[in-house]
Design a protein around this ligand. Structure first.
Ligand code: SF4
Length: 491
């Protein structure tokens, strides 16, 4: 057993290294790390956030640690991965000493899609809005992507890049592809959204050797749901990829897109147990279907009632099952609302044509990264784009820069999903450019606007009492009993 005195005087990084040595020391250190994070987030709460928001954020962080603990205990994390995790995610992203647990002054990460191409044709995919990259461009140049990653580290001390697509493992520029880029940035951690069908044994081995990459593989539920949307045989290929990554020690996650059809399955305990216990996933990302892309279908959106039920289930998974299931909307409480448009501690998005948008789900561009670099500007200049500034002003006013008792309902924090008309006005006023036909149509289609507003209005009404009773500091009521956060009977 490690003496308590040593544990308490060690640096955060030393603590994590010790934690990784064996299961017993991991358990002992978990207690210390958990208490330390709890003290900083909930007790000291230097930024003055709503207390129960901080408690939930703490639960998310602990769920991530539990995920890695489970994977390490089962031998699913290679040595090189654990070392890289210490140098990248843990030191620079989660416990950055310069801005300990709150958002620093800069974006935390960027989301980049180097290619729009994909080997699958999934129903409703936003990338399918362009069957091939725009004329003259075949995806991002390797050197441009390389420069983006270098610049954000230099300018923002950001060490996290999220790679989406298209299918990122298809991206090549000449001889070089995604893993060559990952290799060039050993202090950067890359999380890759992938359909998983291209993860061969060699690819899994190389990822394990690199150590600074974790793929999140898309599932729509079990075999029936996944193959229905992604094509026959896809589910089986994903299971094979899981097996290869477990064998080589690559930590991985799962990515799900709940729709009106499959939300019940992908948030059920049965599905979560399958992903985390049977398959060994460390985390799961959940992106409720958004009607953007080539043929938006508002009927596929999760209904307000079911969105609320998903919130209860998500909180149950994080708090009670201690699995990191992060829902891009319902987990917005833990990120202090919308993180788009280059918010402090947030992100923005660059697509395969170089177009820069507030986030993957907001298809209105403020600029193009090629033009930005050609005129000698950098990523900071992009943050000053008028459309971004307007969105950030909205985020600040809504809650990000408000005292705890003035924060508005962070259960509906999304400018495009929860306040489409306002986002539309901001896009029009600042000449933000629609990046595809569907995005242009959404600006002028009264039916689209009416239905988005109706959905948002209903959810706002339904979620208001939950926000007040369970999260807001302006509530006079005592914190809700834990049972309120439990899943409904169908989970
Ligand atoms: S714009 Fe919406 S989807 Fe994008 S980060 Fe903000 S809340 Fe999330």
């Amino acid at each position: 057993m490690i003496p308590r005195k040593i544990l308490e005087s060690a640096s955060v990084k030393d603590l994590y290294r010790l934690m990784l040595e064996n299961r017993l020391s991991r358990k002992a250190l978990f207690g210390i790390v958990g208490r330390r994070l709890h003290r900083e987030l909930v007790v000291e709460n230097a930024e003055g956030r709503p207390r129960r928001v901080q408690e939930l954020k703490h639960a998310y962080m602990m769920a991530l640690f539990h995920g890695f603990d489970r994977a390490m205990t089962r031998g699913y994390v290679s040595r090189s991965v654990t070392e890289r995790l210490l140098d990248t995610v843990l030191e620079n992203v989660i416990v950055n000493e310069k801005h300990p647990v709150g958002p620093g002054p800069h974006p935390l990460l960027l989301v980049v899609s180097p290619t729009g191409r994909c080997n699958l044709r999934c129903e409703g995919c936003y990338a399918a809005s362009e069957s091939a990259d725009r004329a003259g461009l075949t995806g991002l140049d390797f050197d441009i992507f390389d420069r983006i990653v270098t610049d954000k580290r230099r300018l923002w001390d950001s060490h996290l890049t999220i790679v989406s697509g298209g299918e990122p493992f298809l991206w090549r520029d000449g001889e070089r592809g995604l893993l060559d880029l990952v290799e060039r940035h050993p202090t950067e951690f890359f999380m890759i959204y992938t359909n998983g069908t291209l993860i061969t044994d060699d690819l899994a081995r190389r990822m394990a050797e690199l150590g600074n990459i974790s793929p999140a593989l898309s599932l729509e539920g079990f075999e029936e749901e996944t193959d229905a949307r992604r094509g026959a045989g896809t589910f089986e290929k994903v299971l094979q990829a899981f097996e290869r990554m477990r064998r080589h020690g690559v930590p991985f996650g799962v990515s799900v897109t709940p729709t009106s059809k499959n939300w019940d399955t992908v948030t059920s305990d049965r599905f979560i147990d399958f992903c985390f216990d049977a398959q060994g996933a460390v985390y799961a990302w959940c992106f409720q279907y958004m009607p953007i892309g080539s043929s938006p279908d508002l009927d596929l959106m999760v209904s307000p009632e079911n969105r609320l039920e998903m919130l209860r289930r998500t909180n149950h998974l994080v708090r009670d099952k201690k699995v990191l299931f992060a829902d891009f909307w319902n987990s917005g409480i833990a990120s202090y609302g919308c993180i788009s448009a280059g918010r402090a501690g947030g992100q923005f998005y660059i697509d395969w044509n170089g177009d820069v948008t507030p986030c993957v789900f907001v298809p209105y561009a403020v600029d193009n990264i090629y033009s930005v670099y050609e005129r000698g500007d950098d990523l900071n200049a992009l943050r000053e784009a008028p459309f971004f500034r307007k969105i950030r002003a909205w985020q600040d006013e809504y809650g990000f820069k408000q005292s705890a008792d003035k924060v508005q309902n962070w259960l509906c924090p999304c400018p495009i999903r929860d306040d489409f008309d306002r986002l539309r006005d901001a896009a029009l006023e600042t000449n933000a450019r629609p990046i595809n036909e569907a995005a242009a149509d959404a600006l002028v289609n009264p039916d689209f606007r009416r239905r988005m507003a109706a959905c948002a209005g209903e959810f706002k009404k339904m979620s208001a009492p939950v926000w007040e009773m369970e999260f807001s500091d302006s509530a006079t009521a005592e914190p809700a009993p834990r049972s309120k956060l439990s899943p409904g009977s169908g989970a």
